[in-house]
Design a protein around this ligand. Structure first.
Ligand code: SF4
Length: 432
């Protein structure tokens, strides 16, 4: 695997279509007719073409070179082959794809038609992430997944046969009906399959999902009563870290594991705060720009009649997020995203909670270089409190989560919010 190009962009494209809705899911995804797929892809193509002009209006020069592309969702592999081909043609027309670009598509097991696979290969896709969640057929079915273990293994075989060998499998710890023994079995099948990358998530049930509503109402249709306890889920997650690491899939981020050279280059972008452009429903972007601010309109320097304006030019971050998670509203909206500049204080907070997700941790010296010691000092007080609580370790240079800190990561990240006064943390709205 080669590295990320320092001046290149990552492209995220959201495809919010699924064949059925999983019981625990509350993503902006749903089951829609093929006519909506076509309308949506046409809209994405328009947005790809318009993205450079949009960025220029914001003072951002969008890099032409793209070295990671990620089609996520939803289930991007549900798109018809001609729509996939049109989408990739638009990406290649709007950007220059690096010859070694990592191009990932998320697929649902058992739903990868032969002609779709051929379209992915023709489009240059070289990485596939399969949303398996469980290799135990009953657990998959109870959660609304439509595949069997045999279908997953067959997809992996077909992907490899078509020369897509950079494969990732997602598992979820804590599905209804899952036991420690069945979790061990899912992990064993994953390891046996030989995939070089795995993502393992602890089930977090959104209360607006069908399963979440049922858990609140204590119903039984979606087997809410069979969701393992928080302690059992934590035990499964810790077991996964040990087992996968023993099998050569080392943890490199809270939920991600890989063999050497197979870390997701696209996802590393998010945690390392490298620029990416997100398009589509529920997508966000983070781009760097030079922001020029007038500090004082006129600064009299003694000599009457001589006025000096002072300006400050800083490298800043611009964040763009879709304003709606409703497909119809998205398709009808001419400008479906809002944009804001992130203040340095907000960027500093993000540097902590994104950086700590990675096992490599956060380099204090790098943050001091970027934000100044005055900004970093309050965070180091948080670090000292977290070291005492056993949630992070620090050798004075690098700060990392402990295994307990990984289990309680949301509590740890909370410590790095609100470090600066509210007025410094506020997003700076983009000037019109
Ligand atoms: S396939 Fe993924 S996005 Fe679609 S419903 Fe299931 S969890 Fe949600």
């Amino acid at each position: 695997m080669t590295g990320i190009h320092s001046d290149a962009l990552g492209l995220y494209i959201s495809i919010p279509f699924c064949r059925s809705k999983c019981t625990y899911c509350n993503f902006a995804s749903g089951v829609y007719p093929a006519s909506e797929h076509a309308r949506y892809v046409h809209r994405l193509i328009e947005d790809i073409h318009a993205s450079r002009a949009w960025a220029a209006r914001m003072g951002v020069e969008l890099p032409r070179l793209v070295d990671t592309v990620y089609l996520g969702g939803g289930t991007p592999s549900l798109l018809a082959p001609d729509l996939l081909a049109s989408l990739f043609a638009a990406i290649r027309a709007g950007f220059s794809l690096a010859p070694d670009a990592e191009i990932t598509v998320e697929c649902a097991p058992g739903q990868l038609a032969g002609e779709t696979l051929a379209a992915l290969v023709a489009a240059g896709v070289n990485r596939v992430s399969l949303g398996v969640q469980s290799f135990i057929d009953r657990e998959a079915a109870v959660s609304g997944r439509l595949h069997s273990r045999a279908a997953v293994l067959d997809d992996l075989r077909r992907l490899r046969a078509s020369a897509i060998a950079n494969l990732s499998v997602d598992l979820i710890a804590g599905l209804p009906d899952q036991t420690f023994a069945s979790w061990q079995e899912s992990l064993a099948v994953l390891i046996e399959s030989g995939v070089p990358h795995a993502s393992v998530y602890m089930l977090e049930v959104d209360e607006d999902s069908r399963l979440g509503r049922e858990m609140l109402a204590q119903g039984s249709r979606y087997h809410a009563g069979l969701v393992p306890s928080d302690d059992a889920i934590a035990q499964m997650y810790s077991f996964a870290i040990e087992t996968l690491s023993r099998a050569g899939l080392a943890q490199y981020e809270i939920s991600n594991f890989c063999r050497p050279g197979f870390a997701s280059r696209h996802n590393l972008r998010y945690w390392k705060r490298r620029p990416y452009l997100g398009l589509g429903l529920d997508a966000s972007s983070m781009l760097r720009a030079q922001q020029t601010k007038r500090l004082s309109p006129a600064n009299w320097m003694g000599a009457p009649g001589l006025a000096f304006e002072t300006w400050e030019s800083t490298s800043s971050y611009i964040l763009r997020s879709t304003t709606t998670d409703d497909l119809a509203a998205f398709l009808e909206n001419a400008e479906p995203a809002e944009t804001a500049w992130l203040s340095p204080a907000r960027q500093h907070e993000e540097a902590w909670f994104l950086g700590l997700r990675m096992n490599a941790g956060v380099s204090v010296a790098e943050l001091v270089r970027e934000f100044g010691s005055g900004t970093v000092a309050p965070a180091l007080k948080s670090v000292a409190r977290l070291v005492e609580a056993g949630l992070v370790i620090s050798d004075g240079e690098t700060v990392r989560l402990t295994p307990q800190g990984q289990l309680l990561s949301n509590d740890v990240f909370q410590e790095f919010l609100d470090l600066a006064p509210e007025e410094d943390r506020a997003r700076m709205e983009t000037p019109a």
